[in-house]
Every structure is written in C-alpha cells, then in structure tokens.
Design a protein around this ligand. Structure first.
Ligand SMILES: [Zn+2]
Length: 198
C-alpha cells in the first residue's frame, strides 16, 4: 500500500518535472546534434508528434534512442562503451543498399570503410586547414584528413574510383567543390596536408 502510494507520488513528480523542465522532454531520445537538427528542420522532433504523456513515458522507459544515419557511411562515437559494445568506442555504419546499387567493387568498399575509420584515427588539429578550405565547407579538413589515411595506406585510387562511382550514382549529394577537391588531391601524389604520422 505504502509502496503503491510512493510509486504514484514518484510518477506525479516525474510528470510535473517534465512539464516544468524542457530538458526532461521526449526530445532527449535524439542522439547527437545532427539527429535533433535534422528532425527539427523537418518539424518532426518527437515533441512534435502529438504523443500524450503516457506514450512519451512508454518510449522513454523503453530506452528508445533515435540516431540519424548519413549514407553511404558515417560513424557513431559511443560515449560510454559497455556490455556487448565494451570495446566499441566508435561504430562505423554503412548503407549496404547504396553500396550495392552504386556497383562498388570490393576494393572500393574497403577504401570507403577506411575513409570512415580515418575520421576516427586521423583527425585534423582544430582549424588546421580551415583558412585554406573554408570555401569547401566547414567539414572539409575532416574529409581531407580521412582521405589522407586511405592514401597513406595505399588505397587512394580505389577511393577516388569509389567517390566517382558514388557521384554518378547520386549526383545531387556528391556534386560539390569538396568532392572535386578530394578527387584532385587523391590523384596528386604531392598534395599531402600534413606530416602527422598515420
Ligand atoms: Zn567522410
């Protein structure tokens, strides 16, 4: 009986807390800024789904998490690795549908995966290249450094073939100054950004 009353009081306090503090919002099921930003840009944040508090509670207590996936590949950094992911500090996600439909060869898929790995093991120092690459977009130095890992590891030409194939598969996503610059650098043996050992 006392336990029941406690439970009821706890749920009431939790609900009042959620109404009072926006940080308790169901939107916290969005993992990473890019997930929340994309959902917000489409007006589909979980708080905009019109769910009543019971349904929000069900989602929250079930531990559901939303994570945007950027095709053809992206990396999710695991903040506190544990359980089956105990050794997973970063998870590389890749889109099998796009990789198959774009007709990538085995070598090109390996180059693409190494590029994603490069994002995690060969990161540019802050603002390393920004002053030169600002016209290419804010993530240019990240992309170029990830490409450099693939080049240093002897798969540069497979990477350029991979990028070209993806670009003809999906013109709107890959037609950019950055794509052109990446292809130019990969083919130019001397165009290394850095002597940082890989
Ligand atoms: Zn990348």
């Amino acid at each position: 009986m006392i336990l029941k009353a406690f439970k009821k009081a706890y749920i009431t306090i939790k609900r009042i807390g959620r109404l009072t503090y926006p940080c308790m919002s169901i939107d916290r099921i969005c993992l990473g800024n890019s997930t929340a930003q994309w959902l917000k840009s489409k007006n589909v944040l979980p708080s905009q789904w019109g769910l009543n508090l019971d349904r929000q509670d069900l989602i929250l207590t079930s531990g559901i998490t939303l994570l945007a996936f950027n095709s053809p590949g992206c990396t999710y950094l695991v903040p506190q690795p544990s359980g089956v992911l105990a050794n997973a500090k970063a998870i590389v996600l890749f889109d099998t549908y796009v990789l198959e439909d774009a007709g990538l060869s085995s070598d090109e898929i390996i180059a693409m995966l190494l590029h994603e790995i490069g994002h995690n093991v060969h990161r540019p120092p802050k603002n390393f290249y920004n002053q030169n690459s600002i016209h290419l977009g804010s993530n240019a130095d990240e992309e170029l450094f990830a490409d450099d890992l693939v080049r240093h590891w002897g798969r540069g030409l497979h990477l350029s073939a991979c990028i070209s194939r993806l670009a003809s598969f999906d013109k709107t996503r890959f037609e950019s100054l950055l794509t052109q610059e990446r292809l130019r650098r990969i083919k130019d043996d001397d165009a290394y950004l850095t002597t940082i050992p890989i």
